[in-house]
Design a protein around this ligand. Structure first.
Ligand code: PEP
Length: 256
């Protein structure tokens, strides 16, 4: 049985001062509770410290939004897996559409990062998703399958236990437009079938597939109720402690 994962992607929001307030707010809502869901927040690098400090006695874990695939050395501006772990990170988001679009994260680069992060013990939230044009041309399944194949062909079935896939249709990210629960379920089922084809034992290891794209308290329940939707990757609504913890509460209710 796959438990729900609720992950907040703070993107380039909340520097150390704001992150201190936001993580303290989340801590206030969730500290001391035993959750059935896994919950993680992913602040910018410079705000990791504040979040780790404030959430240390809560069930909320902390993750990063990117990592480099080399160990250390002359890679100005980059951050390594060991640095993230030293900072208290358990998760890392990789392959986000904004990184694909603006920062040259190709399938090849993403595959290297995912492989390295898993090898070094981090849990990876690996994002895939089609653009609006691709959806209109009914190429969405082909596009997503290509993105997944490019990464998982470099992984072993054992790596699957540290892998979560986030299906994030690009047209639904930060737009207020959400995939319908039926569209999400259809794509998640397609992804799960594809994983099962690629990895014979993946059904047992149970890779989680999150939905991302304008998830908020008002639409979380119907999305999270879908059979193959195992959680959410949440951008905008994760920047508000009340909204984020409400989504966690919805996930808890669904699992009880
Ligand atoms: C995201 O950035 O991963 C995301 C899903 O953003 P939003 O919830 O704001 O659409």
């Amino acid at each position: 049985m796959r438990s729900i994962l609720i992950a907040g992607n703070w993107k380039m929001n909340a520097g150390p001062v704001e992150a201190d307030k936001l993580s303290a707010g989340i801590n206030e809502k969730l500290a001391g509770r035993t959750l059935k869901s896994d919950v993680v927040v992913c602040p910018p690098f410079v705000s990791l410290h504040a979040a780790v400090k404030n959430l240390k006695d809560s069930p909320v874990q902390v993750g990063a939004q990117n990592v480099h695939f080399e160990n250390n050395g002359a890679y100005t501006g980059e951050i390594s897996t060991s640095m993230l772990q030293e900072a208290g990170c358990k998760y890392v988001i990789l392959g986000h559409s904004e990184r694909r679009e603006y920062f040259g994260d190709t399938d090849e680069v993403i595959a290297k990062k995912v492989k390295k992060a898993i090898a070094d013990g981090l849990n990876v939230i690996f994002c895939v998703g089609e653009k609006l044009e691709e959806r209109k041309q009914e190429k969405h399944q082909k596009v997503v399958m290509g993105q997944i194949k490019a990464v998982i062909e470099h992984l072993t079935e054992e790596d699957a236990s540290q892998l979560t896939i986030a299906y994030e249709p690009v047209w639904a990210i930060g737009t207020g437009e959400t995939a319908t629960p039926e569209q999400a379920q259809e794509m998640h089922q397609f992804i799960r079938n594809y994983l099962n084809e690629m990895w014979s034992t993946v059904q047992l290891s149970g890779v989680r597939i999150l939905y991302g794209g304008s998830m908020k308290p008002a639409n979380a329940e119907e999305l999270l109720k879908q059979e193959d939707v195992d959680g959410g990757l949440i951008g905008g609504a994760s920047l508000d402690a009340e909204s984020f913890s409400t989504i966690v509460d919805i996930a808890e209710k669904i699992q009880s």
